[in-house]
Write a protein that binds this ligand. Structure first.
Ligand code: TYM
Length: 333
């Protein structure tokens, strides 16, 4: 069955291994199924929910587009565009925010994490961010949304918002309720410095993540310094309990090699970390170095990147403007 795929990535710099293994790698696989229609969005409206330096933002939008392409998203097969070029996203977000309930948004754990202790000082955009995300998805009648595990709650909210709109305006199935596509394994890549914390672009320590622009030397240095424990590598999955760093590094290796966790455990059981780390470093370099080089090459060709985003935005706009027009009519505008 053909799937309509939609997903987005924020252009906030430092795209990392978590973004790749948790999301972008999956985007490429979905794109390569002939029947699927795929739309991948650089969600720049989401990025401004926290303060951005305008020049940096512009650079990061291009860099995110370059990363999509360097990872294997083919602009002749998939639509690649940036959100701010399609005005329907902002319009739909407003309409949907009038359908969404404050109680629903109050439950969002990512807002609580990002806003930190001083919630009063967070932007309203940061609070209503998941409504914009719902608008992104619902404008394109997406049937499936590939994301990492941290976006699960936002997708559940998106489903609730779609159903509420359909009920409120008495239009069964007008907004399509999407299915999340979250991989069973490796959908949450953890920090290299703390196996209990998610790998994240906002972590102050660059040693906590492998960036998709890292060189071979940077990768090898980060893997060497990655936190481990003092035991040898385990013999089976059960023995990973309370060994989050070992589990994370073995998971990264497995995901890079397209194998399951059990296979990596078998490959390294009872060995010490130093041998395993060499192999992990090689696997990372093999995957990331070509991506990193391609991102840098593409960034030298701003005209090309801008032309991809412009062409993608035209295509996205055709789909989204039709849907927003229908939404407005239903609302009574
Ligand atoms: P963002 O930009 O934070 O992350 C992009 C994608 O990367 C995944 N991800 C991870 N996966 C595994 N392990 C990690 N450590 C890790 N860190 C990030 C995220 O789950 C995500 O899939 N709100 C979204 C962007 C968005 C969106 C959308 C996604 C806006 N509109 C519509 C899907 C559909 C976000 O901030 O992702």
């Amino acid at each position: 069955m053909s799937k309509k795929i939609f997903s987005g990535v924020q252009p906030s710099g430092n795209l990392h291994l978590g973004n790749y293994l948790g999301a972008i790698k999956n985007f490429v696989e979905l794109q390569n199924v002939k029947e699927n229609q795929c739309i991948f969005c650089v969600v720049d409206l989401h990025a401004i929910t926290v303060k951005q330096e305008p020049k940096e933002l512009k650079k990061n939008i291009r860099e995110t587009a370059a990363t999509f392409i360097a990872c294997g998203i083919d602009p002749t097969k998939s639509i690649i565009f940036n959100q701010s070029m399609v005005s329907a996203h902002s319009e739909a977000a407003w309409i949907l925010s009038c359908v969404s309930r404050i109680g629903w948004l109050n439950r969002m754990t990512q807002f609580k994490e990002k806003a930190g202790k001083d919630k009063e000082k967070a932007s309203i955009g940061l609070y209503s961010y998941p409504v914009l995300m719902a608008a992104d998805i619902l404008l394109y009648d997406a049937t499936h949304v590939p994301v990492g595990d941290d976006q699960k709650q936002h997708l559940e909210l998106c489903r609730d918002i779609a159903q509420k709109f359909n009920n409120d305006f008495n239009v069964q199935n007008f907004l399509k309720v999407p299915e999340p596509l979250i991989q069973k394994q490796f959908s949450r890549i953890m920090s290299l410095k703390d196996g209990m914390k998610k790998m994240s672009k906002s972590d102050a320590s660059d040693l906590s993540r492998i960036n998709l622009t890292d060189s071979k030397e940077e990768i090898s240095n980060k893997v060497k310094k990655a936190k481990t424990d003092t035991l040898p590598l385990p013999e089976n999955v059960e023995a990973l309990v309370e060994r989050p760093e070992a589990e994370n590094l073995l998971g990264i290796y497995a995901s890079l090699k397209n194998q399951n966790l059990e296979n990596s455990i078998n490959e390294f059981k009872k060995q010490n970390f130093s041998e395993f780390k060499k192999k992990l470093s090689d696997a990372l370099t093999e995957k990331i170095e070509p991506i990193s080089k391609e991102i840098k090459r593409l960034l030298n060709d701003e005209k090309y990147l801008d032309s991809i985003l412009l062409a993608g935005s035209d295509k996205a706009d055709k789909i989204a403007s039709k849907k927003i027009k229908e939404m407005k009519e239903l609302v009574g505008f």
